[in-house]
Structures are given as structure tokens and as C-alpha cells.
Design a protein around this ligand. Sequence first.
Ligand code: GCB
Length: 603
Amino acid sequence: MMKKVIFSMLCMCCIFPIKAQQAELVTNIAARSTFSLNGLWKTIVDPYEEGYYDSQRNPIKNTYGLDKAITDRTTLQEYDFATDKSLYVPGDWNTQRPDLFYYEGTVWYRKYFDYQVKNGKRVFLYFGAVNYEAIVFLNGKELGKHIGGFTPFNFEVTNLLKDGENSVVVKVDNKRIPEGVPTIITDWWNYGGITRDVKLIETPETFIRDYYLQLKKNENTKIEGWIQLDGINKNRPVTIEIPELKIKVTLQSDEKGFASFEQSAKPTYWSPENPKLYVVNIASGEESLKDEIGFRTIETKGSKILLNGKETFCRGISIHEEAPIRTGRAYSLDDAKILLGWAKEMGCNFVRLAHYPHNEHMVREAERLGLMVWAEIPVYWSIHYKNHDTYQNAENQLADMITRDKNRCNVIIWSLANETPRNKERFEFLSKLVQKARSMDSSRLISAAMEKVEKEKDVLTVEDDLSQLLDIVSFNQYVGWYDGLPEKCDRVKWVFPEDKPVFISEFGGGALYGMRGGMTDRFTEDFQEDLYKRSVKMLDQIPNLSGTTPWILMDFRSPRRLLPEIQDGFNRKGLISDKGQKKKAFYVMQKWYEELEKRYNNK
Ligand code: GCB
């Protein structure tokens, strides 16, 4: 088990990074033998970080991570997990306890679990996500730290687990920091906590840690892939089987546990109309992992996006990872089913999972439902472009997102940033991220949500050097909301010098469900409906337009939205309210997407 050294290096022929801060990421958790640590955890709210630092802010020896119990009353100890309150995991703390609604800082989590140590097994402690910084202890030993609120991480704990009762403690800190990714200002709620599943993963001593299997770019009659084993006995046979395609390949991994292959195949392509997935079995030694994998091609040609060689229009919607109806951070398959079910009802074939990697249920369920995905990292607004650690943090989040989701054929776009101000440092920062994304995955499209400019009165365009590095010209625009009134949509002209697909990654405006009024009365459903009608007409005039993801599917909590009785802490640009009620504009999109579907089917 490696820990605490923060560096990354390239691993053999595969270009996926090894991060030594934690053990390298174990993927496809759903297919593995796991032991859930979800449920109630004991917690201590620790705004001054008493449990970790002394008064001079030096780490203390007697940290809460040691999980000491008060056994006799002569002991002076000023914390006690046993008698303190609990929180449910997975889940944000803000919506579980009224006293934590606005809380930003440290909360300690502690869970006891019984475990039976098994010979010949390795064990990893896995977290789907913790927002924002996690320091993890097992049986009093500090395992390491993870930074970034939306990506998974794991530590090997094989030699630290005890037979019988074990204690895991996590110091979770969601304080916003200027050099963080994201930085201190975002337009979403900074939900704190262990927000996704926690598991122990059991593996054989040598096991299949990761693998890649997709259609080969530009050679769509071949499936290519690689397998990465982890353990002492790495040099051994690995079998890949796709029974429905009658494929069975046996490879010999090299001394580093790596094996790659290419195989001719004629799979039925995955598409929104037919989201075909194939059962894939990968086996080595005593282990066998099952996945469901789809095959498709994705490319751009001039101003078109081609899916399986056919021009496609991405009929999308932006979605935050916000729980439907109950509000709070979404994490479950049920949440995913509701959110994506609404997208399907709107007529979508595409979703933008904004503004950070969503939980794995969202991506996998979207794949089953035939929804293409734009996946993104929280390089949002004004982060610290000159700061090397900020860059490394962003790159780690990107690498972890790609590592987790690289086998999901529905992910067609990795997006690297949202509305970042144009300047030299930002360009260098994002150029490096583009290179990183392409080096890890050259098969998908790379994008970023840029901003529009008005180059002369009513003439709109995108003027951003970054777009030369991207596969599509994607940008957010709020003509009719932040920029004038909806009638402005009727008179503007859009021009795009580059021959690339144009993608509008945000547009829209706010409305409180049920609030009615004139068409120019802000926050009424009538205003929002009119804005959508005019926006759709305007967008229909853009010849290169290849997709849109209006902002946003559902109202979501944001501390920046303070208008009493209307916003009350919610960004109201949802086409659906936080209680699940559809606003009038929802049906404008539904109608337009129905027309677009027909139009593109007839091409
Ligand atoms: C944007 C941001 C998004 C905001 C939205 C808004 O441009 O990308 O995060 O929530 O506008 O509602 O202002």
C-alpha cells in the first residue's frame, strides 16, 4: 500500500496515471465482491479542527482519528464519538440536520464494523466521493488524504484489518478554499459529507484492477482493449469473452501485469435508438469480472457530430447532481432513474452532467436508457490558473473521471472547464488539460463550455483561442435573461468562423413553478415559456448547431439565489421544480426535440 506521496507517472504502454497518494483506483466496483459500510455513522462537528491540529496548527498526535473511547471518568477527553450524533452515509450533512444546513468545515465520521480476515484476499477501502477533502484512518492509523469532492478513491487495507471489530474514521472538510477546484464561488450548494457509497472491496492476491474495452477509433471493425493486473503474480493468462459476439481471447500479461489486444468484430452499435450493451467477462486466475459494454463510433466532420457515421443532433439537457423531490445531493440509482426519466420524457438523447463528475449510477443508467453523456470536471469560473497545485488537482480529477468511466460508450464528450475568463494563464492551464485528456483517451471528443461575445451590435460569436484546441465550439449564452429581454432572441445573428460543430451548453431563464404573469414579468412561467419559444427559433437559425443542453432540468439549491418567496436559495432555471412539477417551458423543449428527432431521422 502506498500513501501520501503526491506524484503521478505514466504506466507502461497504457497511459493511465499511477497516483501514489492512495492505492490506484479499482474500477467496476459493482462487479466485485464488496462489503457495504453505508448506513449510520457517528459524527463530531469540529469547526476549529480540534481533532487534528493544535493551537499553532500543527497536526496533533492525539487526533480524533485514533478513535479513543472514554473508559473512565478520570480521563480528560473532550470528544466522544459514542455519545455524539449520527449521520447517514451516503448523504450530505446539510439536508440531514437543520444545524448543519449552512455548515462548511470539518465533520468527523466514525463507523465500527465486524470483519473476518480471509487468507489470500486483499482488501481495499473504497469511497465513491467525499466532499471536499477526506483524511482517512483505519484502526487508528492514518491512511492518507484525498482532495476533490466528486471522484472515487481507495486505500489498500489488507494488513490493517482485524478479525472482529474495526473502526474507520474520516475527517471530512468541505471548507471552500480559493485555490480549490472548484474555487470559493460556485452557483451550486457546497454539500458536505461522505456523499457516495463506502465499501470494502475484496480481491484475490493478484487481481484485475482495471481494463479498457471499446471500438477502435477509425477502425470500426475492431474492438481494442487492455487489462491491468495488480499483485505479485502478474505474469499470467487473462481471458476476455464477449459471448454474444463469439469472442474469446486469451492473453498473457507482461511482468507488469499489462496485456492489450485487438480483435475483429462486427457488433451492433450502441445508439440512443438502440442502446445495445454486450456482456463482457474478463477472467484471470480465480477471478472473473462481468461488465456490460457498448460499442459505437463518435467523431466530428466539419460542422457535424457523427455517431456511428451518421449526423446526429444532441437533444440534451443540463443536470446537477441534485436529488429530485427531497433535495440534497443525489447518489442513488433511484435518483438517477427519476432525473434521467424526465430527460427521456423531454425527448432527450443526451445529457450534460454539470459541473463535476456525477455518481456512477447516473452514467451507467444513462447508458442503459440511450442517453449520450457530456461529463465534466469542476474547473469553473475563476480558479487559480497560476497555481501548480490547483492544476495538479484539476488533472487528478480529470484522470479519475476518465479512469472510472472510460468504458461507458455513452460518454462522448469530456468537458474540461466552464465559463473560464480568457487570459494567458488560463489558456496554458486548459491547454495542458486538453493534452492530458487526449493522452488518456483519444477516442472521445474534448470540449469546454466557453462564453459568447457580442462583436458588434446584435452580432454574436465565440472569440476564444481555446476553441482551436477543442473538437466542438461549445458555449453558454443567456440572450433574453442576463442579456436583454427575450425579444432580443428575434434580432440577433450568430456567426462562427470555424468549421466545427456548434454546441450551446446553456441557455434559459428562471421561473417559479405556478407563478403566472405577463410575458416580460421575470420569474413567471410565462416569461420562461416565451424565452424558450424565442430561443428555440433563434437556435434553429444557426446552421452549424449540433446540440443544446438548456440550463437546467430541475431547480437546484444555490446560496447565490436570495430573492425571497421566489428563489429562497434555489436557482429557479429548472424546467421542472425541485418538487418535480413540470413548468410550461418543459413542453416547449419537448415539442422542439420531437421536431428535431424527426428532422434528423429523415436526413
Ligand atoms: C452559468 C453557469 C451555471 C449557472 C448559470 C446561471 O453560466 O455555468 O453554473 O448556474 O449560469 O443560472 O446563472
